[in-house]
Design a binder for this molecule. Structure first.
Ligand code: PMM
Length: 270
């Protein structure tokens, strides 16, 4: 899953893709680099970020969703707002990615049920501004699993069939650095919940525990390729990344490792 942030304050791309044409071009480039899904978002969820007016969010994302869907991409809409989700599905999005797992907007789950779209329910314990205050766990993997299970039940009660649900442990959301590593180590237990699993580690702060505080974006992308391979091996269905090419290469190398097939390259016959 390639990330297309259409925000002026994304910590990762510096808001370079605020202009919708640029965002569409970026999405198409990610697709050409190997992304099978494009995740379009108009509200930053970085720690401390302020909420964006839903109308502003829709102005940002709808033209981008429409253009990418028209180009044949499978688009997910990264939003916590039910109206934005419904409008994006009308514009061609096939997946609603709600980092709050349907908790931020009480209308979200019934609205998604009506659209027929798939939904990503991410583990979440409150808005970005104060999410670290809630990072208190006795057994982080057990609690994340239980809270995700409760969100899947809420989705089912709203009319969303379990096979339309993708769960996400929410790396960096309401978890401190060490807690993220524990969740990743035990990711197979999240996969054991029986749903498709999405994992987003891309460029996130917790990677600096391994890389050192001053790691460049390039080094975070390399680390993301490694975590994405490890997530895939633990059963993840998709990984959400900024640098699609690096993660694609890493996943292809890992696939060769697992299959034992000889290396072949499109540019080289052997
Ligand atoms: N992370 C961010 C935004 N949306 N959605 C899902 N499902 N999972 C994530 O881990 C996730 C997300 C924050 O990252 P960004 O600001 O770099 O997009």
């Amino acid at each position: 899953m390639g990330i297309v942030n259409v925000t002026p304050d994304s910590f990762s791309d510096g808001g370079r893709f605020l202009d919708s044409d640029a965002a569409v071009s970026h999405g198409l480039a990610l697709r050409a680099a190997g992304a099978s899904l494009l995740d379009v978002g108009g509200e930053s969820t970085r720690p401390g970020a302020e909420r964006v007016e839903p109308a502003v969010e829709r102005d940002r994302v709808l033209p981008v969703v429409a253009a990418l869907a028209a180009a044949g991409a499978v688009v997910s809409i990264d939003t916590m707002n039910a109206e934005t989700a419904v409008a994006a599905v009308r514009a061609g999005a096939r997946i609603v990615n709600d980092v709050s797992g349907g908790l931020a907007d009480p209308d979200m789950l019934p609205a998604v049920a009506e659209t027929g779209a798939d939904v990503v329910l991410q583990h979440w314990r409150g808005a970005s501004a104060d999410m670290y205050a809630r990072a208190a766990y006795v057994d982080v993997v057990r609690e994340v699993s239980a809270e995700l299970t409760a969100r899947v039940a809420a989705a089912a009660a709203a009319g969303i069939a379990p096979d339309r649900v993708i769960v996400d442990p929410g790396i960096g959301f309401g978890k401190r650095g060490d807690q993220n590593w524990v969740v990743l180590r035990d990711l197979a237990r999240i996969a054991g919940l029986g749903h498709r699993v999405l994992v987003g580690t891309s460029r996130k702060r917790f990677l600096l525990d391994a890389l050192g505080e001053d790691a460049s974006t390039e080094r975070r992308d390399l680390a993301t390729a490694v975590t994405s391979v490890l997530a895939a091996q633990a059963g993840a269905w998709a990984v959400r990344v900024h640098d699609v090419a690096a993660t694609r290469d890493a996943l292809q190398v890992a696939a060769r490792w697992e299959s034992g097939d000889p290396w072949t390259s499109p540019t080289r016959s052997h």
